[in-house]
Design a binder for this molecule. Structure first.
Ligand SMILES: Cc1cc2nc3c(=O)[nH]c(=O)nc-3n(C[C@H](O)[C@H](O)[C@H](O)COP(=O)(O)OP(=O)(O)OC[C@H]3O[C@@H](n4cnc5c(N)ncnc54)[C@H](O)[C@@H]3O)c2cc1C
Length: 390
C-alpha cells in the first residue's frame, strides 16, 4: 500500500483546506450559539463549494460529480471533518445510494442533487428499530400502481432542510427469515419520497449535544401514497442499496474523526508546550507528555486503518469488517483524544472560549450513528468466526 500523495491529491487537499479555513471555520461559533445554520450562510457555502469544484466530489464524473476515488475522498473527509458536521455537510457528498436511480428518477433526484439544486436525507431509524433495522415497523403496502406508507422515523439528520428522503420501509415478512432467531425479519424496500407529499410530515426532532445546528427530525407517514416508480433499486432489496452506502459512510465518519482529532491534538500539544506550572512547562511532566504520545499513536493507527480500508475500496476488495474496523478505531480514538486534550488543558479545556469542549461533545455521536461501536464489533467478530462456523 502506498499512501504517498500525488500532485493532484496535494492540489485537491490544499483547495479543501483553504475552503475549510475560509468558508466553514469562521461560522462555527455562530452556528453553535444559534443552534442552526442561517439560510444565507448555508446557501453561500453551497454556492462557493460548487464554484470551487468541490461539491459532490464523491460522485462519478458521468453524473456531474468530481469522481474522486475512495482514498482521495478519505483525505478530503479528514480535512472537512475539522469543522462541525452542521457546516461541512453543506459541501455535499450525496449518498451513493442515488446511483441506483433509473430513468426519470435520475433527472428528478440524482442529477439535481449532484448539482446542488436538491438535497436528500436518509431515513432508516425508528423509535423501536435502531441497530436492528430489520425490525422496522414503518411499512409500505402495494395498492395497484402505488404504495401506501405508514409509520414513524426518528433521528433523521437535516430532514428539516431537505427536499426529499430516501426512505426504508418494510414490504412484508421475509420468507427466508431464520425462525431460530425468534423474530420475523422484514423485507425492506427503499423509496424516494418528496417533502410535501400528502401524508408525509417532517416534525421537529430532539436537541443533540453533538454537532449543534445539524438538526434531526421526526418523520411521520400517515397513509402517504407514492407511485411504484418511486422505488429505489429493486422491491424488497432495500438493503442492497443501503450496503453500498454503509461502507462509504463508515469510511467518511472515520476520516472526519481523524481531522477533528488532529485539531484537538494540535491544541493540546501547543498548550502543553506553553502552559507553565511548578516552574516548568507542563509538557515536561511525563504525566502530560505520555498522554500526547498515546494520543498521537492512536491517531496514527486509526488513520492507517482508514486509509487501508479506502485503498481496498478502490480495488473492490474492502470488506464490511474493513470499514467497521476503520469506524470503530477512529471514533473511539476521537473520544479518547478529545477527552485527554481537555485533561491537558485543565479547567480551561471545558470553557466554550475554546473549540475543545465542542470537539469532545461532537465526538460522542460518532460512536453511535451509522452503526454503534458494538455493531461494528459484531461485524468484525462475525468476519472472524463465521469462516470457522463459530
Ligand atoms: C444525532 C443523530 C443523527 C442521526 N441521523 C440519522 C439519520 O440521518 N438517518 C437514520 O436513519 N438514522 C440516524 N440516526 C440513528 C442512528 O443510526 C442510531 O441512533 C443508531 O443506529 C443506534 O440505534 P439506537 O439509537 O436506536 O440504539 P439501539 O439500537 O437501541 O442500541 C442501544 C444500545 O444497545 C446496543 N446494541 C444493540 N444491539 C446490539 C447487539 N446486537 N449487540 C451488542 N450491542 C447492541 C447498542 O450498541 C447501544 O449501545 C442518528 C442518530 C443520532 C444520535
Amino acid at each position: 500500500m502506498d499512501f504517498a500523495l500525488t500532485d493532484e491529491q496535494e492540489l485537491i487537499l490544499a483547495t479543501i483546506r483553504d475552503f475549510t479555513d475560509r468558508e466553514l471555520l469562521p461560522h462555527e461559533d455562530e452556528v453553535e450559539r444559534r443552534g442552526h445554520v442561517p439560510t444565507e450562510v448555508a446557501d453561500g457555502i453551497r454556492r462557493k463549494a460548487i464554484e470551487a469544484g468541490i461539491f459532490a466530489a464523491n460522485m462519478p464524473v458521468e453524473v456531474g460529480g468530481a469522481g474522486l476515488d475512495n482514498l482521495t475522498m478519505a483525505l478530503v473527509e479528514k480535512e472537512l471533518g475539522r469543522v462541525s458536521y452542521a457546516l461541512h455537510h453543506l459541501v455535499a457528498r450525496p449518498s451513493n445510494i442515488l446511483l441506483a436511480c433509473v430513468g426519470p428518477q435520475r433527472d428528478r433526484y440524482l442529477y439535481p442533487t449532484v448539482a446542488g439544486e436538491r438535497m436528500e436525507a436518509l431515513a432508516m431509524s425508528e423509535p423501536d428499530a435502531g441497530s436492528d433495522l430489520r425490525g422496522m415497523k414503518c411499512r409500505a403496502v402495494r395498492d395497484g400502481d402505488e404504495y401506501v406508507i405508514t409509520g414513524v422515523k426518528h433521528f433523521i439528520s437535516h430532514a428539516d432542510i431537505c427536499d426529499y428522503v430516501i426512505l426504508f420501509a418494510a414490504t412484508g415478512p421475509d420468507p427466508e427469515a431464520d425462525p431460530g432467531r425468534g423474530r420475523s425479519p422484514q423485507r425492506i424496500t427503499a423509496f424516494l419520497v418528496d417533502v410535501g407529499t400528502p401524508g408525509f410530515e417532517v416534525r421537529e426532532g430532539y436537541r443533540s449535544v453533538s454537532h449543534r445546528g445539524y438538526n434531526n427530525s421526526v418523520l411521520n407517514f400517515d397513509d402517504c401514497r407514492v407511485p411504484a416508480s418511486q422505488v429505489l433499486g429493486e422491491e424488497h432489496r432495500g438493503f442492497d442499496v443501503a450496503n453500498t452506502w454503509l461502507g462509504e459512510t463508515r469510511l467518511a465518519v472515520a476520516a472526519n474523526c481523524l481531522g477533528r482529532a488532529e485539531r484537538a491534538m494540535d491544541l493540546a500539544a501547543g498548550w502543553a508546550a506553553r502552559r507553565t506550572q511548578f516552574g516548568q512547562t507542563i509538557g515536561r511532566f511525563q504525566g502530560v507528555s505520555f498522554k500526547l504520545a498515546d494520543m498521537a499513536t492512536r491517531l496514527a493507527s486509526a488513520e492507517l486503518l482508514t486509509l487501508r480500508a479506502a485503498w481496498k475500496a478502490d480495488r473492490d476488495i474492502m470488506t464490511n469488517a474493513d470499514a467497521a474496523m476503520a469506524k470503530l478505531a477512529a471514533t473511539e480514538m476521537l473520544a479518547y483524544v478529545t477527552d485527554e486534550a481537555i485533561q491537558i488543558f485543565g479547567g480551561m479545556g471545558l470553557m466554550d472560549e475554546l473549540p475543545l469542549e465542542r470537539l469532545w461533545r461532537d465526538a460522542r455521536v460518532e460512536r453511535i450513528w451509522d452503526g454503534t461501536s458494538e455493531i461494528q464489533r459484531h461485524i468484525i467478530s462475525r468476519s472472524i468466526l463465521r469462516p470457522l462456523e463459530g
